[in-house]
Design a protein around this ligand. Structure first.
Ligand code: GLA
Length: 385
């Protein structure tokens, strides 16, 4: 068993007399399709081998007990007192609250959890925290939800107490991921396909900028509002339902003067990114990883210049990657404003790339870089019971 899983289990058995179930709930990467999940676009995520481990057992009371090992913090709360709080508490309580709203069957339980997803890294530790707990509670309460229903419940949980108006990508990847595969998810219909990840001598390397600008969740909601405003204007002029119905950028240009510049730029990025992701998925199916990588750079450009969710640290790291011929694609990953870049790197050049990026990052920005070579994993699963 993984060392974190062992630690979580040990801590649980030291604290409680019951025997818990143990779960693993993964973080995610996203190859391409950024900031389009809440815009009816397509995304290409995968669940990864960094995540959150949960030990959990019912306690025959009305009390819920959480111990967050990574923070060395606990929370004991009566079911009747569940409310919005701050920090990690908000995520777990919001999941519990969703079960109450859904079926009012919540019962007391004891829970210990810990993980190895660096916070604010863009690998979606929040979806991992939500997904692991929701999956465990679904089993414990016998709610009988499907994995997709659990993902949707977790998305509602993130909207509710933490007030991040996220799309469905992270929670969907957390529940539906499949080892050695990426998911092509249609965020409008939730139809999805699995593509085997044939990296042919390449590795997926994440470079963690180790910055996380605090604006992130507020700015995230602002991007979402800009898109809604732009789409509203387009819908009033064109017979469309969503951005994907605009298949040519020319169609958007005609309405440029009707929108504030920032709204227009967001619309332009989204329309381009939806088209790019479709193209990228087709390339991946044909194992054309080199052309795929070029589209990742184009995504970064759009995220940085049009969508304005990058920052100097992420731009710096993508620039370092673009000068290295072993790196065929790089871009910021996730919500932005810090966190990781995702890079597709020739296996033989991985160590050199990491070394060089680490030195240059330290020299120019005086920040220590962290790098992870990523492996895919399955969506949330039970380890033991
Ligand atoms: C965050 C959100 C996702 C998605 C990405 C950007 O991770 O939780 O829903 O919007 O940002 O693609």
């Amino acid at each position: 068993m993984n060392t974190i899983a062992t630690k979580v289990l040990q801590r649980f058995t030291e604290s409680f007399a019951s025997t818990p179930n143990l779960y693993y709930s993964p973080g995610r990467i996203n190859l391409i399709g950024e900031h389009v999940d809440y815009n009816d676009g397509f995304v290409l995520p995968a669940a990864i081998n960094k995540g959150v481990y949960y030990a959990i057992a019912p306690n025959q009371s009305n009390e819920i007990y959480f111990y967050a090992m990574d923070f060395d913090e606990q929370l004991k709360i009566n079911i009747a007192d569940i409310k919005r709080m701050s920090g990690w508490q908000n995520y777990v309580l919001s999941v519990v609250n969703e079960f109450t709203l859904l079926s009012n069957t919540i019962k007391g339980f004891d829970c210990v959890f810990a993980g190895d997803i660096p916070r604010g890294s863009g690998m979606s530790s929040s979806a991992a925290v939500e997904g692991g707990l929701a999956y465990a509670l679904d089993e414990m309460l016998q709610t009988g939800l499907t994995r997709v229903e659990i993902a949707l419940l977790c998305q509602r949980a993130e909207h509710n107490y933490p007030n991040v108006q996220c799309g469905i990508m992270d929670q969907f990847a957390n529940m539906m991921g499949k080892k050695d595969h990426v998911l092509l998810l249609d965020c409008k219909s939730l139809e999805h396909q699995y593509f085997p990840l044939h990296l042919q001598g390449y590795k997926i390397v994440l470079l963690n900028s180790n910055v996380h600008h605090t604006l992130a969740s507020g700015e995230y909601n602002i991007r979402r509002q800009r898109c809604e405003e732009g789409l509203g204007i387009l819908k009033s002029k064109l017979n469309i339902q969503s951005f994907r119905d605009i298949t040519s950028v020319q169609d958007l240009m005609a309405f440029k003067t009707l929108m504030p510049e920032k709204v227009f730029n967001c619309c332009l990025y989204v329309i381009e990114e939806i088209a790019r992701t479709k193209k990228a998925a087709a390339l991946l199916q044909k194992d054309n990883i080199v052309e795929f990588g070029k589209l990742m750079y184009a995504t970064h450009e759009g995220l940085s210049q049009l969508y304005e969710v990058s920052c100097k640290e992420l731009d710096f790291l993508v620039n370092v990657a673009s000068k290295n011929s072993d790196v065929i694609g790089a871009r910021l990953m996730g919500g932005g404003f810090g966190g990781c870049t995702i890079n597709i790197v020739k296996e033989s050049g991985v160590q050199q790339f990491i070394q060089k990026a680490t030195i240059e990052y330290q020299q120019n920005l005086n920040i220590t870089l962290e790098a992870y070579i990523t492996e895919t994993d399955n969506g949330t699963y039970k380890i033991i019971n």
